[in-house]
Design a protein around this ligand. Structure first.
Ligand code: XMP
Length: 333
């Protein structure tokens, strides 16, 4: 609509004024905030923006390709995809403790991004080098880091934290979404031409599938989990609730599959199977601090479980997580 159109014009003018003819680096994660920031900054300064997309190998099925297709393909933005999956899997080998896993993933992520950013800052023959680091910081993030929100006394889980990067890299900060709430960011994303499925996605944790594979992360487990999860999400997107007309993807705040590294016995055809178990998790919440498990229709659960067991060889049992938060957390690690 025209109000959003005006907003875009103003935001674009502001970015152009702030950046001038300098160059900008942005860490693209595929999440809503960094995606919308990238689309907006690209609208303003085109090729003066370079996005760095660190693929840690713990993304959902085809996610990396979809991010590239959207930004490099459709928007014609400059995107560097860093395939760091071997590095991450290598460092995670043998590690089972959830907090250790989180620290390794978060730390490596920052290292890989910093190395790329340093190269872009240095520039090369034709390039004078980047001077800005763009971040998809939104208003609630600003409020939180200002200490306005009361900090919890105990840390339940250490989150990915990229604070302090601009200083460490010696880059100026560009944060065009600083004044916007999440809903406004989503509207802006749609107005900039991002697909609504991307802009209205459920949140996805920084450590990705690393916290949805219990215990040691292995490529084999990640591959099985990716396929099972894609089936669950597809069924949620394709099943509508008659009363509201909404899909079950829309009716849940977050939904995903968890890989359990235990084997159980099953029967398939005339044979015995001894394969892995997954848990489906779907919650409804307004703030993610507390959450109820979603009362998904049995028919949806039945279809999902049937498809996973039939289509994903290596998984022979599907369970549904009926734990609310608290005392359970949303993610299993
Ligand atoms: P829990 O599992 O603590 O999760 O109930 C609450 C919300 O936070 C998300 N989450 C993360 N998001 N980096 C993120 O960006 C992280 O390290 C992280 N860990 C959990 C989780 O998916 C849920 O939406």
């Amino acid at each position: 609509d025209w109000i959003m159109g005006n907003y875009i014009d103003e935001a674009v003018a502001k970015i152009r004024e702030q950046v001038g003819d300098e160059e900008v680096i942005l860490g693209l994660s595929g999440g809503v905030d960094s995606s919308v920031a990238a689309a907006l900054i690209h609208r303003a300064i085109g090729d003066q923006l370079t996005c760095v997309f660190v693929d840690h190998g713990l993304l959902r099925l085809n996610e990396g390709d979809m991010v590239m297709e959207m930004f490099a393909g459709k928007l014609h933005a400059k995107v560097i995809r860093v395939d760091a999956s071997e590095l991450f899997l290598g460092q995670l080998a043998g590690v089972t403790d959830p907090e250790k896993k989180r620290k390794i993933i978060g730390g490596l992520f920052v290292d890989v991004f910093k190395a790329e950013a340093a190269k872009l800052k240095a520039g090369d023959g034709g390039h004078k080098g980047a001077t800005f680091l763009a971040q998809g910081t939104i208003y609630p993030d600003v409020v939180e880091s200002g200490g306005t929100k009361t900090k919890k006394a105990t840390t339940i889980k250490s989150h990915h934290n990229v604070g302090g990067l601009p200083e460490q890299l010696g880059l100026k900060l560009l944060e065009p979404l600083r004044e916007l709430f999440k809903d406004e960011v989503r509207e802006l994303g749609v107005a900039l031409g991002l697909p609504p499925e991307m802009v209205y996605r459920h949140p996805f944790p920084g450590p990705g599938l690393g916290v949805r594979i219990l215990g040691e992360v292995k490529k084999e487990f990640a591959d099985l989990l990716r396929r099972a999860d894609a089936i669950f999400i597809e069924e949620l997107r394709n099943t509508r609730d008659e009363a509201t007309g909404k899909t079950w993807y829309e009716l849940t705040s977050q939904a995903f599959t968890v890989f359990l590294p235990v084997k159980s016995v099953g029967v398939m055809g005339d044979g015995r199977t001894y394969d892995y178990v997954v848990a489906l998790r779907a919650v409804q919440t307004s703030d993610f601090m507390t959450a109820d498990w979603a009362e998904l229709p049995y028919s949806l659960l039945k279809r999902t479980s049937g498809r996973i067991i039939n289509e994903v060889r290596g998984i022979n049992r599907v369970t549904y997580d009926v734990s609310s938060k608290p005392p359970a957390t949303i993610e299993w690690e």
